[in-house]
Design a protein around this ligand. Structure first.
Ligand code: FES
Length: 170
């Protein structure tokens, strides 16, 4: 996203917060308004909303993931968001990222052909002292090492075979 687009989005979110309020109660109406206007909620928008309403970024990501009508783009059943901000970066998030890409056969920004997994970058999730941090849907994982990647992915596959998503669901 280019700088002017980001500035426009920041201004738009500030305007929405002016209308709906700057607290947690404004989270849903603001996200819904963004979804209506843009047909998706970008990672940048999620970070901006979190900062402006002073809620934890994880909460915003979780709300977007939970409500199927709030779409963060075309996504798999499991959306993995790995933090790429400085603290996690210094704790070898690159190794974790490479392992994910190798195991899933996709790059960040892509979804597996079977629609199971999407890999995305996130900015700071507010778990900096426990990095590398990542979210799998609304579940937070901290101190993720590349050795743990396989287990996390297997855990997702297992939970899906036990609790498949309802037909037509997200
Ligand atoms: S830098 Fe990764 S959670 Fe803050």
């Amino acid at each position: 996203m280019i700088a002017t687009e980001q500035q426009n989005l920041t201004a738009e979110i500030a305007e929405l917060a002016g209308r709906h309020g700057r607290d947690r109660g404004a989270l849903m109406p603001i996200l819904q308004a963004l979804q209506e206007r843009h047909h998706q909620i970008s990672e940048f928008a999620m970070q901006e909303v979190a900062a402006l309403l002073d809620v934890h970024p994880v909460e915003v990501y979780s709300v977007v993931t939970f409500y199927a009508f709030l779409k963060a783009g075309k996504e798999g059943k499991f959306v993995i968001r790995l933090c790429r901000t400085i603290s996690c970066d210094m704790r070898e998030k690159d190794k974790v990222a490479r392992q994910m890409e190798n195991e899933l056969g996709i790059s960040f920004g892509q979804t597996t052909a079977d629609g199971m997994f999407t890999l995305e970058w996130a900015n700071c999730l507010g778990m900096c002292d426990q990095g590398p941090a990542m979210l799998v849907n609304d579940q937070v994982f901290t101190a993720v090492t590349f050795e743990k990647v396989h287990d996390v992915l297997e855990g997702c596959r297992r939970s899906f075979s036990v609790h498949p998503a309802p037909k037509g669901g997200h």
